[in-house]
Design a binder for this molecule. Sequence first.
Ligand SMILES: *Cc1c(COP(=O)(O)O)cnc(C)c1O
Length: 486
Amino acid sequence: MRYLSTRDPNGDASQRFCDILIGGLAPDGGLYLPQSYPQVDASTLARWRRILDEEGYAALAHAILSLFIDDIPSEDLRGICERAYTREKFATDEIVPVTHLDDRLFIGHLSNGPTAAFKDMAMQLLGELFEYELARRDSSLAILGATSGDTGSSAIFAMKGRERIHVFMLSPLGRMTPFQQAQMFSVDDPAVVNMAVDGVFDDCQDIVKQVASDLDFKELHRLGAVNSINWARLLAQVVYYVACWLRATADLEDPAGQRISFSVPTGNFGDVCAGHVAKQMGVPIEALVVATNENDVLDEFFRTGVYRVRTSAETHETSSPSMDISKASNFERFVFDLLGRDGARTAELFSGLGTGQGFDLSGDPAFADARERYGFLSGTSTHADRVSTIAAVERQYGVLVDPHTADALKVAFDVLDAGEVTSPIVVLETALPVKFAETIREAVGRDPEVPEQFAYLADADRRVVEVPNDAEIVKKIIVETLTADA
Ligand SMILES: *Cc1c(COP(=O)(O)O)cnc(C)c1O
């Protein structure tokens, strides 16, 4: 399997998996995709069902990843998957349990990992892959990132304690939920440095960009990223679409052709893009429902064909904060496929986005394919919707969900009620309620339960340095830490 950039006019697929593992963007500014999607049929799915039932989630991950990765020996890749997806890390043997709410609704539980958010599904695998590849190359990596909450702690918990890896994580001072702060700052590892920046999330991101644009500094200190455009993260997520399909169809007499839809709480379009890949591989998926919050740039696109990126001033701070985006970094991957993999055209559409431009595909015949051929539907949910959905779902099904999952449930109900899908919907749960206590209190009048594995956080020490909004100071801390450890 070779990989190409979404902006390559010639479709030249020359990269192998490990070449693109640690880098982020392609040199031309595009995102990597496989040259083609491996195809699966009913017999492959039947074989995967046996693997999942008999050997478990890690073995399924190994089977699927093997179709995309040919530069890691199979036995090594199996070990990587087995170390990433353990009962210790994900609190259950199933890793991704699927619960059946009623005849048209399931929940796929993606947030039982170490930081109670679905990002652990990808990040735990990434940690293992990085450690493996850095050892093979006798190299090291300093990960620099900015987070508004979930990504940062997921990355820290995946990378801590690994040889050859440092993590420098910037977060906006005082802006994460109390649980998120307690969790992220609890890690006791000298190779993990939390910096709380006197500013907002965008300021943190700007600092990361400034530091990374100093190419000498970047190369000297082997700076890298773990953001959501990383192909390995997306690939890890394909596995749970397959697992959810297998589990949602497990009780059927003849599951072979049974289609399932997914409703996905969407921010940067990484999660639902993995669903797109699974569907393109031939997994029987009817619809992929993009659920947004008040930041509805993607819902607007799927309804109208107009992609109108927002400025950060137009980006709302909401009670499902991990979906507060103004432009969706993985969206380019889908548009590349939608346009028949036309790299020149994709480059043209997306290279203007940095300057605040969007694009309009409403008049393009390809736009109709988004719904008809690729199965995309969409909808929006507001704070009031989240609160009422959390309360209603608890009343009706006895299940307490977090605000992001509530957005996806709300939009799933809309789509089902409108008759837009005929198959049952698996709603992807992307975080546990404990991370967002304030909204849960508003919805059900009490605090969410703290799962046993997080009880220690209540009185854990906090390791964080407060820094001004200044890239030079961040650089200085990076240099001092790396020099002290050298
Ligand atoms: C990151 C995140 C999302 C959004 O996922 P994308 O892949 O960015 O679309 C949704 N919910 C939660 C809880 C998250 O952490």
